[in-house]
Design a protein around this ligand. Sequence first.
Ligand SMILES: [Zn+2]
Length: 75
Amino acid sequence: MMFTAYSLYDIVEMKKPHPCKGRTKRFQIVMVGADIKIRCLGCGNLILMSRADFNERVRRVIESPGKLMPPPGAN
Ligand SMILES: [Zn+2]
């Protein structure tokens, strides 16, 4: 099983695009806890899923800003 290392505010590519107008596969991680919250970079919608679901759906990390300040509207 593949394991992708990720952290808060990383930009990730998912295996499937979000079914919105933008149809982007790019999401940003905005919360990491027992569950993970990601935001669609196409429409801005927030999606909450378990870590197990996320691990299964993520393809790769595109960008990892590290300890930068949270982007506006992250919460
Ligand atoms: Zn979307």
